[in-house]
Design a protein around this ligand. Structure first.
Ligand code: NAD
Ligand code: MG
Length: 380
């Protein structure tokens, strides 16, 4: 039995992780944490029987505790609860499937407790990659990518450790607004932005995919995971989402990973690495696929991607400013308090105005997040 803990078990990645646990039969969930959906969380607890669980809110934790009193399990709350789950003494690997910088402290705690990380929570690596990657080395733990593009790159690098990467070709679907002009984007509604052509995901990442901020975060994620320079990462729009990313080597060879768009594949690959396991679901049929098409991303219309490259080149706490501004802006967009194009305007404003730091530690990263949040909340 491989023992896993999950942060965010009720979300898109979390529930698909549990689908794999159900299908494979040799994974044991020892601990899990969730946000607000305690009805679903209770069902999951009864099905998977972890010994250690956490929910964010104190009141929800008390309610849950009384509901699962018959099981004799530990119920925690708040950030302390997330850290308890992340560092659960029985687990070997932590699936980080919560959204946003909320994942920072728990991810640090898991690494310091020697857990391998199946990393979906890209915001942690974007904001603290300079701390996380050396820490993972120090504690001899693996950071296994769950993001489909990064899993594709990771798979393309198998057996290539003696070779230098020339370039990473990070694919993008282009999102629901590919081909649109800025004028057309002015009137985009929340409902339009939540309709992704190829993937069904949580709300925040769905909005990020439509603005190409998600791709921007992924470019920064790739820099840390694969130790490459900003100019070695090129975004390629591949609207069918069949090629999940590629690596070009010095001799011009390009190795890619392909598959139907199904997040269970990269999640399962991270959980069993280096082994592959059977996985149910459809397969690519090249006779009906017809064609794969490619284009360059439109960084003028989708400023979010251009700003991510700027943030990555400047480094320090600027990726944190970029990410925190986006988190705050997307939260406002989800509440219909700002317009669609204001999301990237807010990111740009914060990148220009917030205090820059060269090599921020964890506390400084969290202080930057706070500064950004206060700025956004007071102005918009
Ligand atoms: P989601 O919104 O569907 O799920 C988030 C989960 O985190 C839920 O279980 C929620 O209850 C929990 N959560 C939220 N706030 C919490 C809190 N304060 N305390 C405890 N739990 C809390 O999100 P998702 O789409 O599954 O994405 C999760 C992460 O994975 C994100 O960082 C995203 O960028 C990344 N990711 C997702 C996909 C995808 O297909 N969904 C693909 C690649 C990467
Ligand atoms: Mg992705």
């Amino acid at each position: 039995m491989r023992k896993i803990a999950i942060l965010g078990s009720t979300g898109s990645i979390g529930t698909q992780t549990l689908d794999i646990v159900r299908e494979q039969g040799d994974l044991q969930v020892t601990a899990m944490a969730a946000g607000r959906n305690i009805d679903l969380f209770e069902q999951q607890i009864r099905e998977f029987m972890p010994r250690n669980v956490a929910v964010w809110d104190e009141k929800d934790a008390l309610e849950l505790k009384s509901r699962v009193a018959d099981l004799g399990i530990r119920v925690h709350a708040g950030m302390e609860g997330l850290i308890e789950i992340a560092a659960d003494p029985d687990s070997e690997i932590l699936v980080t499937a919560i959204v946003g910088m909320m994942g920072l402290r728990p991810t640090f705690a898991a690494i310091q407790s020697g857990k391998n990380i199946a990393l979906a929570n890209k915001e942690t690596l974007v904001t603290a990659g300079h701390l996380i990657m050396p820490m993972a080395k120090e504690y001899d733990v693996s950071i296994l990518p769950v993001d489909s593009e990064h899993s594709a790159i990771f798979q393309s690098l198998n057996g290539e450790s003696v070779n230098k990467i020339d370039k990473i070709l990070l694919t993008a679907s282009g999102g629901p607004f590919r081909g649109k002009t800025r004028e057309e984007l002015e009137h985009v509604t929340l409902e339009d932005a939540l309709r992704h052509p190829n993937w069904s995901m949580g709300q925040k990442i769905t909005i990020d995919s439509s603005t190409l901020v998600n791709k921007g975060l992924e470019v920064m994620e790739a820099k840390w995971l694969f130790g490459v320079e900003p100019e070695q990462i090129q975004v390629v729009v591949q609207p069918q989402s069949v090629i999940h990313s590629m690596v070009q080597f010095e001799d011009g060879s390009i190795i890619a990973q392909l598959g139907t768009p199904d997040m269970r594949l990269p999640i399962q690959y991270a959980l069993y690495y280096p082994r592959r396991r059977p996985l149910s679901g459809s397969r690519i049929d090249f006779s009906t696929l017809g064609q794969l098409t490619f284009e360059a991303p439109d960084m003028k219309t989708f400023r979010g991607l251009a700003l991510a490259y700027d943030a990555m080149r400047i480094g320090g706490n600027v990726p944190t400013i970029y990410n925190a501004a986006n988190e705050a802006a997307v939260a406002l967009f989800l509440q219909k308090k700002i317009s669609y194009l204001q999301i990237t305007e807010i990111i740009e404003d914060c990148m220009q105005s917030c205090k820059k730091l060269e090599a921020p530690g964890l506390e400084e990263i969290l202080a930057t997040e706070q500064e950004v949040r206060e700025r956004v909340e007071s102005r918009w």
